[in-house]
Structure formats: C-alpha cells, structure tokens
Design a protein around this ligand. Structure first.
Ligand SMILES: [Zn+2]
Length: 464
C-alpha cells in the first residue's frame, strides 16, 4: 500500500527546502544506493518474485557487518515468502523499537514501462524501478542506517528491531501477521515505525510531513435481491433490478455522520495554515473544534473526496451484477458496496446502518470477508517531538501533520496486537504524480538521500 490521500487546494506557503544535504553523495548515500539497487533488482512480486531472496541478500549484509547469526532470521510460511528480522542490541534501558518495511512489490510489466522495472535506472535526478516509492526506499534506509550505526559503534538505549516482510500488497501469506502469530517475541516492541507517512510535495515544493497513526477499516458488503423470474413479455412490478436500484439510490443519498478522533482533529488544525483558500482554512479549524462545526464539515466534504473520507465512514457501490438473459425477468440483482469504516466503528454497526438506509427487507445484505479492525495509535510525544525537530532542521517551515490513512497498511496488524505503529518517513513525493503501484515508479535522488538522513536522525533520537 501507499499513502492514499490527496492534497486538495493545498498550496505550499513553504518554499522548497533543500535541507542539509548537498547534491554530492557521501559514503553513506553511496552504500544506501547500492543496497537500494540490490533490493529493487530482486523481483519480489507475488506472481514470480521472492521476498526470501531479498531477505537473504540483506541478511548477508548484516552478517558481513558483524551482527551475530542468532540475531538474524530469514523465515516465513513458504519458500518464496521469506521475511527478515534483525535485532540490533542496545543497553535494554527501554523496550525495543520496531522498524517495519515490506519487501514485496506490485506487479510491473516491462511493456507498460519506459524502463525495465527491475533494473534501477537513473535519469534526470530520479531513480526508476518497481518498489522505489513503495516501499524499498524505506527498507534500504533502515538497512543502511543500522549498518552505519553499527560501524559507528552506536549503542542504543533500546534494541532496534528491523522487520522486512512479505505480502503487504495483497498476497495470502502476510509477513507481519505470520510474524505476530509465530515469532511475536522477536518483533515485540514498545512501538513501531512503518510506511504510511512522509513528505508531501507539490511542484517541487515541500508542503507537509505527515505522521500516520490511524487507518480506516476495509469492508465489502453484498446486497442481493432474488426474484422468481419469468418471461420478460409478462413483467411484474416486483423486479429484482428495480428493487436493488431503488435501494442503492437511497444509499447514494445517504451520508454517515461526521466523526473525528485525536488524529484527524490534529490533522485539520495543523494543516489548515497550509491551505490556499481562506474558507478552507477556517473550515478546517472549525471542524477540529469540539464539538465540530457541522456546516464546515459539510463544505469540506463537498469540496474534497479526501476530506469527506477523513470525516466519516464511507460506503459506495463498486460492482453490479444481475439478470441472465435479454428476454427474461431477472432472478438475481446484486451489488458490491465497499465501505471504509472510521476506526472504532464495528462492521456490524455499519451493516445495521446499511440495512436501515436501504430499507427493503427483500434486499439481503451480507459482509464479504471479515474486516480487520484497526485501532488508532495514540500520538506519542517522543515520536512527534523527534519528527518535528528533524523536519525543522532538514526542511525548515514544513509543518508536521498527523494523519489517518483512508487506505490500509500492515500497521493495522501491529496496532491490533498492541504495538502502536506510526507511519513516519522523510521521503517527499509529488502529490500530483503518485506512481506507486503504477508505471515508471520513481524516487528523486535528493529525496532518497534526505530520507536516509531523516531515518538516521529518527532512529537515534528515539533510542538515545
Ligand atoms: Zn507499501
């Protein structure tokens, strides 16, 4: 997954920041680039890749750097779905910090791309390749920084645990779930850093740095009407397609009530100043108040699908099926309704609402699969302060903003298991040109180097 958000009407009042790094790459950048190249060039797709090969390649680097074999594990439920867990031992004064990144990538076909997606290609200040934006920059930054810290003789006040995992993108053998079920002791931590946050850039300008602490919950429902059918020359008033359509029309007109939590309240209040329009700025501040200004919420929801999704549970019809012949009355009409549930609301409550809204006992509603609930993490002062300090020195003037993802990452499994997980990242990418999961995925070389430095500072700040 990747950050699912868009920045409607966000204008950078912040000038492009070039931080502390020069265009010259130093030894740390060069080593990180080598690691990155190796990761990108190992195909880790579901179809014919192997996260085990990538995990092994990284394990080899840790062994070579002198990490004890007992602290390096490559394992998983099947030969192609390996995960890497490495422990960097600290003094033990505090509980461990978990650094999570996924190794697997979305499929990429050579014919769709301008370059070979599995060859790291440098062009015009960018590095192209599948996984560059999601999530191999983060994986490379974690690996390179742990190796750097080791070479510097750094002794953290807590163990640093690195987990590079399989099947975040939708395979059936999710690495985080598997690790929690089988090796919880090896990844148990006070909290975790994961993908899902990071820098928002627009037209080369740095707008915000987001810290993700909550995710909406994914749940599909099937709505189904069955009729006895018959010859279409003899229509009856009771028609499965009409019934379903009428129910869906009632759903289309319905909106779930406005909801906020600490994360979204902080998101609206902190990112308000970065908005281009005065009305949006004041609406964001008004909606962040307790109780929220509902008129402001309505304006924000109308103007932006993203704000709307942050402010409530959403359910939308995504697929339809029905009928079996051009000249027969339909025996079946069915729709899939995809819900993105506000954290803390149960799928059963949502189903009850759908039933009431659709308001027709002939429309049977059932959940498709079982939702994985996702508890928001509480914003931690140590993490927020560290990110703010780092962002202030590397990207002066860029606000740090807590966010709730409208999509989902593996962070939800950790949060549900009691390991608060935060998307925190120093990688800035262009909000209007998101290529993760798409063609010609890329990362800016300058941004790659900045991300490396960001994580170096973050890891040390959180483990001093
Ligand atoms: Zn991802």
């Amino acid at each position: 997954m990747f950050r699912l958000r868009s920045g409607p009407a966000i204008v950078a009042f912040v000038c492009a920041s070039f931080g502390v790094l020069t265009a010259q790459s130093g030894p740390h950048e060069l080593r990180a680039r080598e690691i990155f190249k190796q990761l990108v060039e190992i195909n880790t797709t579901e179809a014919n890749g192997s996260t085990t090969r990538a995990a092994e390649a990284m394990a080899e680097r840790f062994r070579a750097a002198g990490f004890p074999a007992a602290d390096i594990h490559v394992f998983g439920p099947s030969p192609r779905k390996g995960n890497l867990v490495v422990r960097y031992r600290g003094t033990g004064a505090r509980r461990p910090l978990l650094l999570l990144a996924h190794l697997d990538v979305v499929e990429a076909r050579r014919e769709d791309w301008s370059f070979d997606p599995f060859t790291l290609t440098e062009k015009d200040g960018y590095l192209y390749g599948r996984g560059t934006a999601d999530d191999k920059t983060m994986a490379a930054a974690f690996v390179a920084n742990l190796l750097r810290l080791k070479s510097e003789g750094y002794m953290p006040a807590r163990d640093l645990i690195l987990a590079l995992t399989a099947d975040e993108e939708g395979g059936t053998e999710n690495g985080v779930k598997w690790l929690l079920a089988n090796h919880r002791d090896l990844i148990d931590a006070e909290f975790a850093i994961n993908e899902g946050g990071g820098g928002v850039m627009r037209k080369g300008r740095y707008v915000t740095n987001e810290v993700q602490a909550a995710e909406k919950v994914y749940q599909d429902f099937r709505l189904e009407v069955r009729n006895s059918g018959g010859h279409s020359s003899l229509p009856e008033k009771d028609n499965a397609i009409y019934r379903l359509s009428a129910g869906l029309s009632r759903l289309a007109a319905f909106e779930f009530p406005v909801q906020l939590n600490d994360i979204t309240r902080a998101y609206f209040s902190r990112s308000a100043p970065a908005q281009a329009e005065a009305q949006t700025r004041s609406d964001m501040l008004a909606v962040a108040k307790q109780p929220p200004d509902l008129e402001a919420a309505a304006r924000l929801s109308t103007n932006s699908p993203y704000f709307n999704s942050l402010l409530r549970t959403t359910c939308v019809a995504t697929r339809l099926e029905g009928g079996h012949a051009l000249n027969a009355l339909p025996q079946l009409a069915a729709a899939n309704v995809n819900c993105r549930i506000f954290p803390g609301v149960s799928p059963i409550e949502v189903m009850a609402v759908l039933t009431k809204v659709v308001s027709d006992a002939e429309i049977r509603i059932s959940p498709v699969g079982e939702a994985t609930p996702s508890k928001p993490a509480t914003l931690r002062d140590d993490l927020m302060n560290a990110v703010e300090t780092i962002v202030k020195s590397m990207f002066p003037g860029v606000p740090v903003v807590p966010v709730m993802s409208t999509g989902a990452t593996d962070g939800l499994y950790l949060r549900n298991a009691g390991i608060p997980t935060y998307g925190a990242d120093g990688l800035f990418d262009d909000i209007d040109d998101v290529r993760a999961h798409g063609r010609d995925e890329r990362v800016g070389i300058k941004q790659f180097n900045e991300d490396l430095e960001f994580h170096y500072r973050l890891i040390t700040a959180l483990s001093k």
